[in-house]
Design a protein around this ligand. Structure first.
Ligand code: ATP
Length: 234
């Protein structure tokens, strides 16, 4: 299980995250929701080892240190960053090959790439295309496929639906629902609170770097603080 206690992140004098506690148990989809600037991205970047932090982040009792992204990836923490982090000048296949570089079982990993092409046929059709030529939705699939290829124990998804057309965004949410059924553990950052609370088991509502509400997703969906924060949101 992923455990975060007293997480604090500073950007110079700015205290972006102010003592967050959160847990993600195996097989759970947990959402971090909240308005722009609430500290969601900073929290997942700290968990991924990409940002210095104070406090404790551990997985299965083992501490994950700040600034240890590669070690965290090897420990099974994979981040699909906001903006996707695709290498646009490389082919779809080369981007996927980056996803398996940390795996020891390269022969099986190559087979997994073929399985990803079955799961996302559009990636299979475009495997030699430059990634920058893909649509936003296709790039998001590529980013998620690349992260899955590292065989994560915890998948961190930072605003995967951002900037996507409604149909494609729906596809991303249905993909998260599928991952949940398959038993994947997911920490999902999203602004689309209503759709997020439908696919999540539990959620934390963040405001100015603090958790102001947490609980079962179904309960939070009917909570007045959440509706007030997301009035008119999807
Ligand atoms: P968004 O949905 O816009 O990504 P968020 O909830 O993910 O919002 P963060 O991006 O984590 O929020 O930002 C939290 C706070 O930290 C904000 O006040 C933001 O302005 C500030 N911040 C984020 N990144 C930096 C940075 N690199 N330098 C300085 N301040 C930053």
């Amino acid at each position: 299980m992923l455990k975060v206690r007293g997480l604090e992140v500073f950007y110079g004098p700015i205290r972006a995250v102010r003592g967050i506690d959160l847990d993600v148990a195996q097989g759970e989809v947990v959402a971090l929701i909240g308005a722009n600037g609430a500290g969601k991205t900073t929290t997942v970047r700290a968990i991924a080892g990409l940002t210095p932090f104070r406090g404790e982040v551990s997985y299965d009792g083992r501490a994950l240190a700040p600034n240890s992204a590669e070690r965290n990836l090897r420990a099974g923490i994979a981040l699909v960053p906001e903006g996707r982090g695709i290498l646009g000048s490389m082919s779809v296949e080369d981007n996927l090959l980056m996803g398996i570089y940390c795996r020891r079982d390269q022969a099986d990993a190559l087979k997994d790439i073929e399985r990803m092409y079955e799961r996302f046929p559009i990636l299979g059709q475009r495997r030699t295309s430059m990634a920058s030529l893909l649509s936003g939705g296709e790039q998001q699939m590529l980013a998620i496929a690349r992260a899955l290829l590292s065989r994560p124990r915890v998948l961190l998804l930072d605003e995967p639906s951002l900037g996507l057309a409604p149909k494609i965004s729906d596809f991303v949410f249905s993909l998260i629902a599928d991952l949940r059924k398959e038993g994947m553990t997911v920490l999902l950052v999203e602004q689309k609170a209503r759709q997020t609370l439908k696919v999540a088991d539990r959620a934390y509502l963040l405001e100015t770097g603090r958790v102001i509400k947490s609980g079962a997703a179904a309960e939070l969906a009917g909570d007045s603080t959440v509706s007030a924060a997301f009035l008119g949101g999807t």
